[in-house]
Write a protein that binds this ligand. Structure first.
Ligand code: ZN
Length: 179
């Protein structure tokens, strides 16, 4: 199974731990970052890029874009682009709307700004209490079977399997999560 991992809403105090884990499992992911936080934690953003992960724009302050006007939405999206450009020296190509809230009007603005919208095949709702890696993995097509098979295996085997299943490339992230 091939999974494309994406992480939204960083950078945050947890970013370093996420990067450590990805490095341990030799996995690559795509991070959709909030511009205001990018300015607060530029070192985390540079580390994400330096370690080979892909970076995408997740607006400047994470508003619900479908509930604000065109000008405000454009400013939010552009603000995210500019924050990333300031820190990384290049414009991001990918964009994910906060909460996946993007209608035709929002998508038209995204496209006008030269960004590629990225959604997700699985929304793990991992911000809800009680979610852990097992409940989330069950949401992935084929994940239930893999989880069942993995349960009786010794820790070292489970770990080797996880390593394979979490490996993803930025290119596959785009393929797997674009609508
Ligand atoms: Zn978000």
């Amino acid at each position: 199974m091939k999974l494309a991992l994406t992480f939204d809403d960083g950078p945050s105090p947890w970013t370093a731990a996420v990067l450590d884990l990805l490095r341990e499992y030799e996995a690559r992911a795509t991070f959709f970052l909030i511009g205001a936080r990018v300015r607060e934690r530029p070192d985390d953003v540079r580390r994400i890029a330096a370690e080979g992960h892909e970076v995408g724009n997740h607006t400047l302050t994470h508003p619900r874009l479908t509930e604000i006007g065109d000008e405000e939405a454009r400013a939010e999206i552009l603000g995210g682009v500019e924050a990333l450009e300031e820190v990384l020296g290049e414009r991001p190509q990918l964009f994910r709307a906060p909460g996946f809230h993007a209608d035709e009007r929002v998508l038209a603005i995204v496209s006008e700004l030269g960004l590629e919208p990225v959604f997700a095949d699985v929304d793990p709702q991992d911000w809800q209490p009680g979610k852990d890696s097992h409940t989330i993995f069950r949401l992935v097509p084929g994940g239930t079977t893999a989880t069942r098979r993995r349960r009786p295996a010794p820790a070292t085997t489970a770990r080797r399997r996880s390593r394979r299943s979490t490996t993803s490339s930025p290119a596959s992230a785009r393929r797997a999560t674009s609508w």
